[in-house]
Ligand binder design. Structure first.
Ligand code: GLN
Length: 454
């Protein structure tokens, strides 16, 4: 009870960071007192007993509002609870509120929210990253223990890097997407945002495992974190283009190189590889995700959910006006782009081509991981940038995803670790990717790296 109150106080203190869209204060306090009662009664306690969790505003929680930070879902309440959220509740977690994000999870700076930008937890003049910026800031500024985000092309890892916390995108199909409002279904994954690798592992373990509601899941059962088997001396694959790239900030490069030397001095092997496909990754990602988004978002028509324009006079104008007034600029841009790449005369040139490139990226990623334990790469090419700096330039914003989209295109698990800071004191993230369904190893290797820097 006291713990929940202390988080509520922190949320109040940091209200200007705009991390939460809604705080379920009374409910959280009530749940806390129920849990206190469980102790008094000597009942058995869940693995997340009393852990205070914030959830991104694209996760369904029965009887609670969910808006995906969009006006088009104004007033909409979830009719059921996302499997991932339910599994946390079943272990006695307390859900404290829903966090701000980019509208429909489309963005890398959280400036696309219909409810105003979130501000970085380390420096409020900077972006928190996106799209799960509210969740990242909520954790980094201690407004909750842990948070859930979703990651389609980096939306957990990039804000985690910008705020100095741990963020995991699990293997595609590891955690049920039931109850996650879809952006690009063959990319989307729910994942944890935490202070420590241990917490990320525990949450992943609890949320993972087959669910009859999501047919795209792998059927391998929940993650068993105890079963890691990593070698003493590891081999890391490093993409040459990720060190030589002109878009990289020099401090990102120097810190990353220092990490590589440190690993080598401890007897680990660094294996460099060329990845000419790097430049194709962002375009491939945007062709495929906008195509999927244009289909997924067609359900928001003013008829079934949320917002309906008051100026509509017939069916056609209900669709047109509700969407025109309800969606923000970036969402509209992506729906149009997606509709374009799927149109019959463009399909072969864009959508089909991008599918083929995705397959090549998947195969190449697998090949690299056959000969090494993990791919190591900076999470982002710069530290958090200024609010407003890239918001007028969508291409510059899309390039912020340069190093994160590979894991979603290929399906591999990837984690961002807050290993060091630049000279200004801003956190820089390092990303690790491992083979599909090897989160166990990913967590063990991550812990090794984190131990270097304590
Ligand atoms: N920045 C990427 C995009 O705008 C990633 C978003 C995400 O992972 N949800 O699509």
């Amino acid at each position: 009870m006291q713990l929940v109150q202390s988080y509520l106080d922190k949320i109040e203190t940091h209200i200007e960071l705009n991390a939460f869209l809604e705080v379920w204060k009374d409910e959280a306090l009530e749940k806390a007192s129920e849990l206190d009662q469980k102790i008094t009664n000597g009942e058995s306690l869940g693995k997340l007993f009393g852990v205070v969790v914030a959830i991104k505003d694209n996760l369904a929680y029965e009887g609670h509002k969910v808006s995906n930070s969009s006006k088009i879902l104004e007033g909409f309440e979830s009719l059921y609870t996302a499997t991932a959220v339910q599994r946390l509740l079943d272990q006695d977690a307390i859900i404290i509120g829903r966090t701000n994000c980019d509208e429909f999870a489309m963005g890398a700076s959280n400036e696309n929210s219909a409810f105003g930008s979130v501000k970085n937890a380390v420096n409020p003049d900077l972006v928190p990253g996106g799209s799960s910026g509210g969740s990242a800031v909520a954790v980094a500024a201690n407004m909750c223990h842990v948070a859930l985000g979703s990651d389609t092309g980096g939306s957990i890892r990039q804000p985690a890097a910008f705020n100095g916390i741990v963020g995991l995108k699990p293997t595609y199909g590891r955690i049920s997407r039931w109850g996650l409002l879809a952006y690009a279904s063959s990319f989307d994954q729910i994942g944890p945002m935490t202070h420590s690798v241990e917490d990320a592992a525990l949450l992943t373990q609890i949320m993972s495992g087959a669910d009859g509601q999501d047919a795209s899941m792998n059927q391998i059962g929940p993650l068993e974190i105890e079963k890691s088997s990593i070698k003493e001396k590891l081999t890391f694959s490093v993409m040459r283009e990720a060190i030589d790239n002109p878009s990289l900030d020099p401090e990102v490069v120097s810190n990353f190189k220092a990490l590589l030397s440190k690993l080598e001095s401890q007897g680990h092997t660094i294996r460099y590889f060329d990845f000419p496909l790097l430049d194709s990754m962002v375009p491939t990602y945007y062709v495929l995700t906008t195509a999927e988004a244009s289909s997924n978002l067609s359900r928001y028509s003013g008829m079934m959910y949320g917002y309906r324009s008051e100026n509509a006079t017939d069916l056609e104008s209900t669709y047109t006006l509700s969407r025109t007034e309800g969606f923000g600029t970036e969402v509209k841009r992506r729906i149009m782009l997606g509709t374009f790449v799927l149109s019959s005369d463009q399909y072969d040139a864009y959508y089909e081509k991008a599918q083929k490139v995705r397959r090549v990226i998947q195969n190449e990623t697998r090949k690299i991981l056959e000969n090494s334990d993990a791919i190591l790469i900076p999470t982002t090419s710069t530290a958090a940038f200024k609010l407003g700096e890239k918001s007028k330039d969508p291409i510059a914003m899309y390039l912020a995803d340069l190093f994160t989209v590979q894991a979603n295109l290929a399906g591999n698990p990837a984690i961002s670790l807050p290993l060091y800071k630049n000279l200004e004191g801003l956190p820089l993230g390092v990303q690790l990717l491992t083979k599909e369904n090897t989160e166990n190893d990913l967590f063990s290797i991550s812990q090794k790296l984190m131990d270097f820097y304590v």
